[in-house]
Design a protein around this ligand. Structure first.
Ligand code: CDP
Length: 790
């Protein structure tokens, strides 16, 4: 563990500083987009398609326009006049803002009603009459690729099928050879279903176009304000919206989890409506729109194979995947990687050969591919490898913990280059697993399991020893729509020693106002209480790519350290001037410089700051400011070992999580309380898809889980007591030795739970159950194996 270098009053790294943002949040005084009220503001509501695929024959707005308060009905034809009816997705595909010809998924935006108040807008939506002619619907991605399947993207000239991309990585020949030579192989189909982020706050915006200054201001629920501003400028430059005339403000956000990275049509329509009317326009989704129409995560159909020697040494991994992206490829992936970072799927294991293929497919569903609390498909990768490793261990009749230990990348092999090309920065997987096993009492649990099995009781123990990959850049490999992935911090210290620090990222609840201040406190010795952190306003914050995929600490956190160090370098010069000493004779301890051997001859950072404006050396520029645009040399690779114990009701198939131990390693920790909070929330978000959450569609493309009545979120009742612990393996390349942590638990937890359930049922012949593992699926297994006849 790291040693603390600052006092609790200063509150640098490692202190459990209470969150600076919480007083306003817990008092209900946060300022969210829907809190913004402007004089003369108009309201927008959206007409949505009941059909998953249909031609629009007519839109009759007459009855809607007759409703008092309804001002206008905006259609695709309105936007087409300005060539704004289509826009690019973050993966350089195209998506409709409003359709002119046909709709491609149920709940797609068809028209927008502009009114003087929210209620008239909703009445207007109900009164718009749209005539549709249904078209054949393609829901199943396998059928979508069959010859003769209806081609969905007729807007793409020359497109003759529904394939979006074929992508592969790894050494196919070496992998095939390893499989031919293997003593044991296992193969499994896994489906990781569509899920939805369900953040507490839905999406929305207030767009205000000022005709006098030609300035557009948009308060919006976005995780990436700068990138969005650039996209707006690229899309609407031709109608006069240049980037310096656009200001995006991302105020407090009630959860993003990747769902607030894309640009949704509602944002663009609200902007268009404000430009057309010269009035501010508010659009806020309701809960059902958010659930049914916003971008989804996962939806990967995977066939995975492992090869091993008889002694349990893993040799090769082979994966083929069909990725259902819905009607457009709107995944928020780095451009170079159409399947995101899925090729981290060799996980924590030392494979000599691996090969992965992914095919992206269009279907009549809303856009998919967002990184739901996940670094661009790492959850899919981790679930696959951790399920497969467990299957192989059982097949070989080896203990899953021992099997993992045998195949882990050894600590001395870091930095380690994986068979699929990643360079892992640091790791000690055995230590994390050992700690988790010790904490849960693994050996004793295995004895109990054996006894219970004798009595016909079903108990399972599941392990997930995952490796994460977070912190995109480096910019030579990572960009979104051509914008290189780095992040930024700008620090200004005022004469009295108080600080304002601004960042290119954007917290959605992660506590950046506190943890970034702690980094500055660590580096400069200025108390956290004297540091104000700001994010989310493109007019004031330095350019950055935003917050998602646990990238804030690895990128902007590093920028905060580097910018602080630039300030310290200048402070040293000023201190030398004030102390009439040479720079080399000065020593730093957090908060002051002193003369080596004469600690009484010192200057505090506050004294130095004041001097930077009042008594700086001749020839030196005044002030104490710095900026860093940090381009990380590599990603960071946090990891962990989770162990879950389940008991299964033999009558109903209900899975009860008895214990869940999570050992995480994110290198050096800035705020242990915040990290624990991230892990608790993440574990609950991992429990959700493991046992409850799934979005599915019937053959006509109707969503089956269109409200929280059917889309099951775990509540406190279903959530077990999370037991957490940590190991600390610093990142060698991060200036603070820190790795990201925001999503580790969401990524690692589902496999531990699924592995525990299958471990309980393996002796009954059960090899795999797809998540969510509902009581019904388990009950079907119990019935098939004769455990229950009820
Ligand atoms: O990008 P995002 O903020 O979602 O993820 P993150 O960088 O993993 O950080 C999540 C929260 O945990 C932030 O407040 C971080 O500063 C904090 N954290 C920490 O205190 N120590 C770490 N080693 C990693 C993150």
């Amino acid at each position: 563990m790291m040693t603390l270098r600052t006092s609790p009053e200063v509150g640098g790294m490692g202190h459990a500083v209470k969150r600076k943002e919480d007083p306003r949040f817990i008092r209900g005084q946060g300022r969210y987009v829907d809190d913004i009220e402007l004089p003369g503001m108009l309201y927008l509501d959206i007409v949505r398609s009941p059909y998953a695929h249909a031609t629009i024959k007519n839109i009759d707005a007459a009855k809607a326009l007759a409703i008092p308060g309804v001002l206008d009905v905006i259609t695709g034809a309105t936007l087409a006049k300005y060539n704004l009816h289509w826009m690019p997705t973050l993966m350089s595909d195209m998506q409709m803002v409003l359709p002119v010809e046909k709709v491609m998924y149920q709940a797609q935006e068809v028209a927008a009603v502009l009114a003087t108040d929210r209620y008239s807008a909703a009445d207007g939506v109900a009164a718009v009459e749209v005539t549709y002619e249904p078209l054949p619907v393609v829901v199943d991605p396998f059928k979508a690729l069959e010859p003769g399947a209806p081609v969905l993207r007729t807007d793409k000239p020359g497109k003759t099928d529904n394939r979006i991309f074929h992508w592969e990585v790894g050494d196919k020949a070496a992998t095939d050879r390893a499989f031919r030579d293997a003593a044991v192989t296992v193969k499994q189909d896994l489906y990781i279903p569509r899920i939805h982020v369900s953040s507490i706050e839905t999406c929305g915006c207030v767009a205000q176009f000022d005709r006098v200054f030609g300035q557009l201001t948009v308060w919006m629920t976005t995780q990436a304000p700068h990138a969005i501003r650039t996209v707006f400028a690229l899309v609407a430059g031709h109608v006069g919206l240049a980037e310096h005339k656009i200001r995006i403000i991302s105020p407090d956000i009630g959860g993003g989890f990747g769902g607030k990275v894309p640009v949704y049509p509602g944002y663009v329509i609200a902007v268009a409506a404000s430009v057309l009317t010269g009035k501010p326009v508010k659009w806020i989704e309701d809960r059902m729109e958010n659930l049914q129409a916003d971008s989804f995560a996962r939806d990967y159909h995977i066939t995975a194979e492992l090869a091993a020697q008889r002694d349990g040494t893993l040799t090769a991994l082979r994966i083929k995947t069909l990725a259902d992206h819905g009607y457009t490829d709107a995944a928020a992936n780095p451009s170079k990687f159409p399947a995101g970072l899925f090729h981290i799927c060799t996980g924590s294991y030392d494979f000599r050969a691996a090969h992965v293929e992914v095919d992206g497919v269009y279907t009549n569903k809303p856009p998919g591919g967002i990184a739901y609390r996940c670094s661009f498909r790492v959850t899919e990768a981790v679930h696959t490898i951790e399920r497969m490793v467990d299957i192989m261990a059982h097949e070989l009749q080896m203990d899953p913990a021992e099997f993992r230990k045998k195949n882990f990348i050894a600590p001395e092999h870091f930095p380690y280059t994986s068979a699929l090309g990643w360079e892992y920065d640091s790791g000690n997987y055995g230590a994390a697993l050992e700690l988790a096993m010790h904490k849960i009492g693994y050996a004793e649990l295995r004895r109990e399991q054996a006894e219970k099995r004798q009595r016909g009781e079903l108990m399972g123990i599941g392990i997930s020893s995952f490796t994460e990959i977070v912190g995109a850049g480096p910019s030579k490999h990572f960009d979104i729509l051509g914008i290189k992935m780095f992040d930024s911090c700008e620090i200004r210290i005022h004469p009295t020693g108080k600080v304002i620090a601004r960042f290119g990222t954007k917290s959605q609840g992660q506590g950046h106002e506190t943890t970034y201040a702690q980094i500055l406190a660590e580096e400069l010795g200025i108390p956290v209480a004297d540091i104000q952190v700001e994010e989310g306003d493109t007019d004031t914050a330095p350019y950055g790519l935003g917050t998602y995929a646990s990238r804030s600490t690895p990128t902007a956190g590093a920028a905060a350290a580097i910018a602080s160090r630039k300030i310290r370098d200048k402070a040293r010069k000023i201190a030398a001037h004030l102390l009439e000493a040479s720079e080399e004779d000065l020593e730093w301890e957090p908060g002051k410089f002193f003369v080596k051997g004469s600690p009484e001859r010192s200057k505090t950072i506050q004294e130095i700051t004041f001097a930077a404006y009042t008594n700086h050396p001749q020839g030196m520029e005044a002030g104490l400011e710095a900026v860093s645009y940090y381009d990380p040399p590599n990603l960071t690779f946090p990891f962990g070992s989770y162990i879950c114990v389940v008991d299964i009701d033999t009558g109903t198939g209900e899975v009860k999580i008895r214990r869940f131990v999570a050992v995480d390693d994110c290198g050096n920790i800035i705020n242990p309380m915040i990290v624990e909070g991230q892990i608790h929330g993440g574990l609950t978000m991992g429990l959700a898809p493991a046992l409850f959450e799934e979005i599915s569609y019937d053959e006509q493309g109707n969503i089956r889980q269109g409200s929280f009545m059917d889309y099951l979120l775990p509540t406190a009742m279903e959530t077990p007591n999370w037991e957490t612990d940590k190991t600390c393996t610093p990142s060698p390349h991060h200036p603070l030795g820190a790795k990201g942590i925001g999503e580790s638990a969401t990524v690692g937890a589902p496999a531990a739970i699924a592995n525990a359930v299958v471990d309980a049922l393996w002796h009954l012949g059960v090899r795999h159950i797809d998540i969510p593992i509902t009581p019904e699926k388990v009950w079907q297994c119990l019935r098939a194996s004769g455990v229950t006849d009820r």
